[in-house]
Write a protein of this length. Structure first.
Length: 247
């Protein structure tokens, strides 16, 4: 009988271990895109069973995010996850409701995770919902550090240098765009560009990292002594390293 009892004990332990394993969700990732000139986006979507959707968008520290989920399924909620997190949330909808507004602590990619509660997911329930996500407010000022004393500003301006740099819009012919640069410690700078037509673009350089308005799509590649910058597959800028570093 002892071997039989040992087998029963082992089987019971196995069942207990299996019941303690966290419920696994199937997570899909979808990028949130704001229409040009808009600070929010509205998404109509559906989830079923254990499907979870992470809606991703970039934002800067100091900006305000607002999220609202309209759904008829009482087990349908959202969480907000900060950059770099896969589970630790800034906001948990199942305990706090389906509407949230908060100031963002860091720059990076945030996730709005929409899901069904475990019991509803196991019943393979369906939720049709409308998700509204917005980013507003000014970003927290970037600390560029202190520029060397020898890097004097252009008289009557806040810039350390001004002038033209190569650029083009879409498939148009290359032209010259006016710029002004505010430098910090070596390698850090804000380049303010004003192409013809009233567009304004700010590119922030922090060492080997280049950023712009987080709502915009940015590509930045260093080629020799120049940065080749593309924004929203439309704006194209060539930023000489000397603009960023001075000298």
């Amino acid at each position: 009988m002892k071997p039989f009892r040992m087998l029963l004990t082992l089987f019971a332990s196995l069942l207990l271990m299996m019941s303690s394993i966290a419920y696994a969700y199937d997570i899909e990732t979808r990028a949130v895109q704001f229409a040009k000139g808009k600070s929010s986006a509205t998404i109509n979507d559906t989830i079923k069973g254990d499907l979870t959707i992470d809606y991703t968008l970039r934002a800067r520290a100091g900006q305000t995010m607002s999220v609202k989920l309209a759904t008829k399924n009482g087990a349908n909620y959202f969480n907000v996850l900060p950059p770099g997190s896969n589970d630790e949330a800034l906001f948990v909808g199942s305990s706090s409701g389906n509407e949230w507004t908060g100031v963002l602590p860091d720059e990076g990619e945030y996730k709005v995770r929409v899901y069904l509660m475990r019991s509803a997911a196991r019943r393979n329930e369906v939720a049709n919902y409308t998700l509204t996500v917005g980013i507003t407010g000014a970003a927290k000022a970037v600390d560029l550090g202190k520029a060397p004393a020898s890097d004097a500003k252009v008289k009557g301006t806040r810039y350390h240098a001004t002038g033209p740099l190569p650029c083009h819009m879409g498939n148009d012919k290359p032209i010259q765009c006016e710029f002004g640069v505010i430098r910090g410690k070596p390698g850090n700078a804000e380049v303010h560009i004003t192409p013809p037509g009233g567009l304004k673009r700010v590119l922030t350089f922090m060492g080997d990292k280049v950023t712009t308005d987080p709502r915009d799509k940015l590509k930045a590649v260093k080629k020799g002594y120049d940065w080749e910058i593309e924004v929203n597959d439309y704006e194209h800028y060539t930023i000489p390293e000397a603009v960023v570093q001075g000298g």
